[in-house]
Design a protein around this ligand. Sequence first.
Ligand code: 1HE
Length: 259
Amino acid sequence: MTEPLLIAECHGDIAVLKLNRADKRNAINDALIQALGAYFSAPPRGARVVVLHGEGAHFCAGLDLVERMANRSQNPLDGLRHSRGWHRVFDLIQHGEVPVISVLKGGVIGGGLELAAATHVRVSEASTFYQLPEGQRGIFVGGGAAVRVPRIIGAGRMVEMMLTGRRYSAAEGQSLGMSHYTVDDGAGLARALELAAAVASNAEASNYAIINGISRIADMPAEAGLFAESMVASMTGAAANGDERIAAFFAQRRQARQP
Ligand code: 1HE
């Protein structure tokens, strides 16, 4: 029996999804991108947040280069369709229903960094390193890195990283925003689950607005962005029943002040 490419679990309202292709360093082949697409098209019912991690020592070695060589096509449209397929799946992650927290370790390479960049909170273990070796392989990024990575580290750094084959360490990556937390090796999943509990306790409508609103509004001209912010704020306040949460906050403050 072949192993599943993804292993999905639920712990209450926290869903945990594992890339399960450690023998190939979790490289993304067509079957794995399809499985990710199916999962994020319909995250488990009741899940308020997804924690994404990888089996083995490496988060993800990027595009499956062996499959790419085998399926090499002379038709540029095939390459375009392949890349657009990755875009659809990673957009489901970035602008989906629930926040996604990734646990990074070992290689976060090429398409692995593209996958990580689509997630909202990134926890790196000390072993993590980041690379975009497409230039060295004679290809180009195709899973959204040209859009998402410059928004994290800046276009100039991405250009330099790709031209020179530079490898950023976990500590360097955190200082550049590739991760938000760095923890010891082996501690990433536990930290991500703690963060997931905090994220899951937010109002569902606020989380939806945060993951769907901020990156889009940040790409708008200021005047359109300010208008969009007002629309999202109004929708969120109405949908999240914010009054109840605000009243609960003050009740808790009053209680804390009592002798
Ligand atoms: C792979 C892949 C892969 C490993 N596709 N099979 N990505 C890369 O250029 C990264 C290439 N991989 C590596 O740099 C290294 O494998 C790692 C640093 C990730 C891990 O090193 P190591 O020593 O632990 O493993 P290994 O011995 O290199 O590889 C173990 C197996 O994984 C081996 O298979 P086996 O059948 O010989 O055992 C490797 O072939 C396999 N493997 N990485 C296929 N990437 C939408 S565009 C995105 C463009 C990109 O992502 S470009 C970046 C591609």
